[in-house]
Design a protein around this ligand. Structure first.
Ligand code: G16
Length: 517
């Protein structure tokens, strides 16, 4: 009976959101993305999908309306799984099929078949919850309404509108809610400011210098991050410890993308310069790695486990990583692994470590701490608090705990990443120039090429080899072979209708690209 009611509700509701003619939607690197005006049916269907995902998992799911850095007329939809990460990849083919179902009958058929295969309780026997967020694009409000209709078309599902948010805020909320923790925006801001304050209070006194550039300029890309940063600033201003005066102002600049899940820094080398020195995700990753390794070395300086490190610290990059960053990280003795482009791949890999640091060169990334490692760290910190409170070891434990609170555990987050960068620069006593000198980037160039069908290009080996169309890789090899110091790869973008081409110089010597990676 309930199931019958459900079928007619879905049929009726879906018929009000017809698929536009002549378009094909595809679930790309981070969800659906397209011109905002043609996305209503896609977002409606994403609402249906999110509600089903919630029924399947028995947990809250997130859905955010954003097209990240894309032009303002574009929009898109990203879905967060119960752990706050990207929607499980296994569901992507269903998402694709649903988005392209030609009419409401086909849509219903797809849903009925899928719930049966996946054993999803259907027809109101279980409740579902979808948290909604959006960025500030003009098309956002109407699309959010479409998502609500999609959610409401599933009996038992409730849509909770969390308002205008950065994408990582929504992911954080989903994760927190499912862990039974407070999950409002003010909880998010309070957690960030508290852990940032903790790190700042633990900055070694001897590293505090007057010569540090204390001014930070942030470019919010006209996105949602700027407003959120203003809110955070009000809380942050209260916490800058004594010793950091306005002297020695330099130009340290940070840039967020439209939905504030990417972060890069840049430096304007001189007043007359038209070029900037870009401090990208690779260098943010390197800064985090240096700091975390330093804390682990202090914390475990007495441990003897036959030279085996007690903690598995892993670094995850993609083929876009500058070869100089990989070489630098390896020189630090760190394990570096590679995945295809897309947070969904990097995050999963990083979660295999006690501490996994992942970053894409474009500024997407975070630091993941395993539950197991964190509970051990808390015990260790408590032991140290009673045996040697205030010792360097105790401070190292407290710093690591603060990092795990500050840096978003669900997804890359420009706001929390920015606060961590700022705290680490103060900790190290480093100016942005000093940070930029960690290693020198190898020259590289990235191009976009418009093609008739980007999906005709299929890649393998973490996107460094083209396997289809046949013969294309041979052509790339022949061209690259003319430049023994160069490497090149191409791949279809999953967020724009283009092919990305990356050209990069190799490290000097005879390394093969994979070794260099
Ligand atoms: C999304 C993904 C990122 C990816 C980027 C570009 O970011 O979350 O992992 O690096 O797209 O992907 P592609 O090269 O396939 O276009 P965002 O910030 O655009 O949502």
């Amino acid at each position: 009976m309930g199931e019958e009611k459900q079928r007619s509700l879905l049929l009726d509701s879906a018929s009000r959101f017809p698929l536009p003619h002549g378009v094909r939607f595809s679930y790309g690197t981070a969800g659906f993305r397209s011109e905002g005006s043609i996305l209503v049916s896609t977002v409606y269907r994403a609402g249906v999908l999110a509600a089903l995902r919630s029924l399947k998992t028995g947990s809250a799911i997130g859905l955010t309306i954003t097209a990240s850095h894309n032009p303002v007329s574009d929009n898109g939809v990203k879905i967060a799984d119960p752990d706050g990460g990207m929607m499980v990849q296994r569901w992507e083919p269903f998402a694709d099929a649903l988005a392209n179902a030609p009419d409401s009958e086909h849509l219903l058929q797809l849903v009925v078949q899928f719930v049966e295969e996946e054993n999803i309780p259907f027809g109101g026997v279980q409740s579902a919850e979808v948290l909604l967020g959006r960025d500030t694009r003009p098309s956002g409000e109407a699309l959010l309404e479409a998502a609500k209709h999609g959610i409401n078309a599933i009996i038992g599902a409730v849509a909770i509108d969390m308002g205008v948010l950065t994408t990582p805020q929504l992911h954080w909320m989903v994760r927190s809610r499912n862990k039974g923790m407070e999950a409002s925006e003010s909880d998010y801001l309070a957690q960030l400011s508290k852990s940032f304050r903790c790190l700042m209070n633990l900055v070694p006194r001897e590293r505090i210098t007057d010569s540090l550039d204390t001014e930070l300029v942030v470019d919010g890309a006209n996105g949602v991050g700027g407003d959120k940063l203003e809110q955070l600033k009000k809380m942050k201003e209260k916490v800058v410890p004594s010793g950091f005066g306005p002297e020695g102002v330099g130009i340290r600049c940070a840039s967020l993308d439209g939905d504030a899940d990417r972060l890069v820094y840049f430096l304007i080398p001189s007043a007359s310069s038209i070029n900037i020195d870009l401090i990208d995700g690779d260098k943010i990753l390197s800064l985090f790695a240096v700091f975390i390794k330093e804390q682990l070395d202090v914390l475990y300086k007495d441990s003897d486990s036959n030279n085996k490190p007690p903690v598995r610290l892993g670094i995850v990059q993609t083929a876009y990583a500058n070869g100089a960053s990989t070489a630098y990280l390896k020189r630090l003795g760190l394990e570096v692994v590679f995945t295809p482009t897309g947070v969904k791949y990097l995050h999963k890999k990083a979660a295999e470590y006690d501490i996994g640091i992942y970053f894409e060169a474009n500024g997407h990334g975070t630091v993941l701490f395993s539950e197991n490692f964190l509970s051990g760290l808390e015990c260790r910190s408590n032991e140290l608090a009673s045996a040697s409170s205030g010792s360097e070891q105790h401070k190292a434990a407290l710093r690591l705990l603060a990092v795990s609170q500050l840096i978003n555990q669900a997804v890359g987050d420009a706001l929390s990443g920015l606060l961590l960068v700022e705290a680490i620069l103060q900790h190290m006593g480093w100016s942005i120039r000093r940070w930029n000198e960690l290693y020198q980037d190898l020259p590289s160039r990235q191009l976009k090429v418009k093609v008739a069908d980007r999906n005709a290009v299929v890649t393998a080996s973490a996107e460094t080899q083209v396997v289809s169309p046949s013969g294309l890789q041979e052509l790339i090899d022949a061209e690259s072979g003319k430049h023994p110091l160069g490497r090149c790869f191409i791949r279809p973008s999953g967020t724009e209708d283009i092919i990305r081409v990356k050209l990069q110089e190799r490290l000097q010597g005879k390394q093969k690209p994979e070794q260099e990676l």
